[in-house]
Design a protein around this ligand. Structure first.
Ligand code: ZN
Length: 147
């Protein structure tokens, strides 16, 4: 990778991060800067995905580690009202699973970006990996698609 590309990308990232935006906004702005066009929170799809990329038949959910019970250091059960939180969090997890299954059954690629993956140190790496995931082998699949 040449230096120009790298510095250009860092420049984009600093602009994106400087706005102090919500996690889903960070992802959207990055994708936009990479030339992707998307729909936001489209209600027609299960779970109202944060980002819908019709061209790539891909949806992206940007999940908070606590609310969606990510297996990472950010998820810790609250020490009080345990029953309340268990009910609430497990309900989210169940719904996430249900939405993913429905979308996949309809032929969508479902990608998840976790809040912890957008920490300053890892953000850029995660987002460029995300672009790879979106592009993936979509073209190949289309060409060899089954009817
Ligand atoms: Zn996490």
């Amino acid at each position: 990778m040449d230096n120009h590309t790298k510095s250009q990308r860092s420049y984009n990232m600093s602009r994106i991060r400087s706005t102090n935006s919500k996690p889903e906004e960070v992802v959207r702005k990055y994708l936009f800067s990479q030339g992707f066009r998307y729909r936001k929170n489209d209600k027609r799809y299960p779970g109202k995905p944060d980002i819908v990329l019709p061209k790539y038949k891909t949806v992206i959910f940007v999940h908070g580690c606590f609310w969606h019970m990510h297996d990472c250091g950010r998820f810790v059960w609250p020490s009080s009202n345990v029953e309340y939180w268990e009910k609430k969090i497990y309900r989210n997890v169940d719904r996430d699973k249900e939405h993913t299954e429905k979308l996949q059954a309809d032929g969508w690629k479902v990608l998840t970006v976790w809040e912890c993956e957008l920490k300053k140190k890892v953000c850029e790496q995660r987002l460029s990996a995300l672009v790879e995931e979106i592009r993936g082998d979509t073209e190949g699949e289309k060409e060899h698609g089954q009817d």
